[in-house]
Design a protein around this ligand. Structure first.
Ligand SMILES: [Zn+2]
Length: 209
């Protein structure tokens, strides 16, 4: 019903902008197929935008919460809830899980991402995405982003969106916000940063709906 309403609004918008067979946004409305393709594209874009807005709101609502409030079974792994937090947000069940089925290992999420990029500077190539910080040399991803490895050592994970990272502080026992620059200063600054692409299941899952 909502999608239908969006389509109707889009029709009105295109008709309203019609002048000599070309809509204000440059779509030739005399070509019915192109017109309907454009309506479909606009509806999908609106859905995607709304999903991102909902996701951002959810992340904001989680700030300062403890993992025992987020995990339905109230489970907490002392000193190791960063992947656990991310997995409850994204509904990720890869590898080893908590009693309610959320992944608990940074490594399992690192491997589950369809693509991983080393972040040498600037901002992540995708928004939103996962962001990993590891002691230098602990983790690596081939330039094709597919072959990757994460060995033992200190590592941490958060969710990046719009310039901010939401992550679980294992020392302050709460969800916090950080910047990419702050993540770079972890572990005395001797770190590598990686971005992980969200899987289609995560992007279309409950967190975005
Ligand atoms: Zn849990």
């Amino acid at each position: 019903m909502k999608r239908f309403a969006i389509a109707l609004l889009s029709v009105a918008a295109v008709l309203g902008g019609t002048r000599g067979g070309v809509a204000a946004d440059g779509v030739d409305v005399t070509d019915a197929n192109a017109w309907f393709r454009e309506l479909g594209r606009q509806a999908r874009q609106t859905q995607e935008d709304n999903g991102l807005i909902r996701f951002g709101r959810r992340l904001d609502q989680l700030e300062f919460q403890r993992i025992s409030q987020i995990c339905p079974t109230g489970t907490s792994y002392p000193g190791n809830n960063c992947a656990h937090f991310v997995s409850h947000v994204l509904h990720s069940g890869h590898g080893e899980t908590c009693p309610s089925g959320a992944s608990v290992s940074v490594h399992d999420l690192f491997v589950a991402c369809p693509q991983v990029w080393k972040l040498n500077g600037g901002t992540p190539p995708e928004n939103p995405c996962l962001i990993f910080v590891a002691e230098q040399g602990v983790a690596g991803a081939a330039s094709n982003g597919m072959d990757r490895v994460m060995g033992p050592g200190r590592r941490h994970i958060g969710i990046y969106m719009d310039g901010k990272i939401w992550h679980y502080s294992n020392t302050r026992h709460q969800v916090e916000q950080a910047t990419v620059a702050q993540f770079r200063r972890f572990y005395g600054g001797n770190v590598d940063l990686f971005c992980g692409q969200l899987t289609t299941n995560w992007r279309q899952g409950p967190a975005f709906r």
